[in-house]
Design a protein around this ligand. Sequence first.
Ligand SMILES: *Cc1c(COP(=O)(O)O)cnc(C)c1O
Length: 388
Amino acid sequence: MSALFPTYARWNITPVKGIGSKLIDADGKEYLDFISGIAVCNLGHCHPKVVSAVEEQMKKIWHVSNLFQIEGQEQVAKHLVDHSVGDYVFFCNSGAEANEAAIKLARKSTGKHHIVSLTNSFHGRTLGSMAATGQDKIHQGFGPLLTEFSYIEMNDTHALKNAVTDKTAAIMVEVIQGEGGIRLMSEEYAEALKAICDQFGCLLIIDEVQTGIGRTGTAFAYEQLALSPDIITVAKGLGNGFPVGALIGKEHLKEAFSPGSHGSTFGGNPLAMAAAQAVLTEVFNPKLLKSVQENGEWFKLELEQKLGKYSIVEEIRGKGLMLGVACQMEVAPIIKDCMEKGLLVLPAGPKVLRILPPLVATKNELERASEILVTVFQKLEQKQSVNI
Ligand SMILES: *Cc1c(COP(=O)(O)O)cnc(C)c1O
């Protein structure tokens, strides 16, 4: 009998060890882990540089309050602003907390409350980030929600123009919706976002919790649409498994986050910063980002060629190593078959298979994953045609 609240429908696998792209369970079975803790372990499990950075820090000092100067925060913040359009960083411990901070900062800096977000978005489970999340099933039973959120369909510029007014504090978006089904924002929509933010003076908040830290082949995904967000939120990949989140904001927001306005006990503690510093040094290396672009393009093409021909496959989409296989059926049984064959992938909504390999996955590992997927889809396709 488990003493845990049943908030998760868990799979019957108990991972006990991880090395790079490999995960080993309690029965000694080996898996190719193309979930990466949901875009968290971007450098693979137990990356030696991250392990040694945290080990070293562990022997020096674990935690001090934000009443003190914390050298690691200065370094990680510098890294983040050097690789983004932002100027200042606030550290927290998760994606939801980063988005919570973003909502508070948007309200305080503009003096307005209305926030526009997108249907099928996911921003987290706290009251604020849940309200920003445009999915009814996430809200169910937790009302009344934080008010003054409007939800509009992504890539519908007409809806965007109708939703934003001079009372709008911010528009909050993911440039690739992760939980929502690996849905990509169009270039035309990105242009419309820029124009409407300029017109009404509202802030652009980009949630890069899943897409950021190299996942899509650039430091942040917004770069590929030439957007210039006022606020960027990150978490998942930032600590490669060490819990840490951050909000990156532009210069003009500095006053609103004045002393005493916001805070977090654990946010940016020295252990988290040691992990993040090691991660960013690796991930923001142009060589690694280039390999994510190249391997991502190769892998996507491979999946298009090998899986595209099956009638149950609708589309292969995504950027870098954040890929989705949109299917004409529920993907739960596909995921189970892959698992049996030693490949871990996850759903993004009921009908999209989400593939998030570690950014350091080798060509060989990508090939092996593709072979397993082909075997699984082939078998399913045969079953389907028998059924017809
Ligand atoms: C996972 C995720 C979050 C929530 O992050 P937590 O660390 O679970 O709070 C927010 N936004 C996006 C886009 C995510 O993928």
